[in-house]
Design a protein around this ligand. Sequence first.
Ligand SMILES: *[C@@H]1O[C@H](CO)[C@@H](O)[C@H](O)[C@H]1NC(C)=O
Ligand SMILES: *[C@@H]1O[C@H](CO)[C@@H](O)[C@H](O)[C@H]1NC(C)=O
Ligand SMILES: *[C@@H]1O[C@H](CO)[C@@H](O)[C@H](O)[C@H]1NC(C)=O
Length: 294
Amino acid sequence: MVFVKGPGLYSDIGKRARGKDYQGDQKFTLTTYTANGVVSILHFCFLYFIFCNFSMGAITSSGTKKGDLFIADVNTQLKNKNITTDVKVDTNSNVYTTITVDEPAPGVKAIFSFVAPDQKSGKVELQYLHEYAGISTSLGLTAKPIVNFSGVAGNGKAAFGTDISFDTATGNFTKYNAGVSFTTADLVASLALNDKGETVTASYFHTVSPLTNTAVGAELTHSFSTNENTLTIGTQHLLDPLTSVKARVNNYGKASALIQHEWRPKSLITISGEVDTRAIEKSAKVGLAVALKP
Ligand SMILES: *[C@@H]1O[C@H](CO)[C@@H](O)[C@H](O)[C@H]1NC(C)=O
Ligand SMILES: *[C@@H]1O[C@H](CO)[C@@H](O)[C@H](O)[C@H]1NC(C)=O
Ligand SMILES: *[C@@H]1O[C@H](CO)[C@@H](O)[C@H](O)[C@H]1NC(C)=O
């Protein structure tokens, strides 16, 4: 987690148990970091590339049919003192601009973002991080904006938070979520009520052995409307100081695993796979990610 001292932001609740390294969506990501503060990120989406589309030994026909081999996005980041400007151009020539002002006042971060040519995309976000609180408010730059608010109170050990979205055009709350989390040296547990109280999610992440970075995690989601439960359990382990493995499976038979190796200081190669054990021939996916840092 990024914010070690305080409770962090609402979006951090439950994040660790979930894990975000998995790349099941047939994506090839190459990240390069250069020393002079300019970060160039190239996302190659080999959506229809044979490499990513193999299904257990058989190459699917869609892999060779398509002419467009990959889609590339280009990201650029410029840093000047406390102001960071991110510009991203996608294949449809949309330009995503994000300007972040760090610490105009202690603990405050202001984020302005817009997408050209979409005129309704302008957004202002203010974040405030304090030892005992984390607040984030955002507002669309339109006549009748959507207002988002999230707040977390607590400390590094226990936190309580809420996440609300209000549509000023209809006068409706479009979202309200609430959650609590507990963190000790070797355990993170959280409980969240999401989708306007429609689902409840409990998650926990337990470090079994700090030496080998071995941990287990579980997440249970119950939906009140469909009365369905989704249980995901996962584990991670350090094979050697430079190589780690992670695996997870849910009660619907979907299993993912990844292996990550630091082949040079700070440079990671990640290979991940996902399979629906109930339909193996149809569903196998493999992703590869390489991150290079000087
Ligand atoms: C930049 O950030 C530092 C702390 O990270 C702060 O002390 C300083 O006042 C900030 N400067 C400006 C111009 O915002
Ligand atoms: C508010 O939150 C929703 C989803 O949580 C997001 O899609 C939307 O862009 C946010 N709006 C603003 C103005 O931040
Ligand atoms: C939200 O607003 C729409 C449009 O005004 C309305 O039809 C709907 O009933 C509202 N929903 C709630 C939950 O208030």
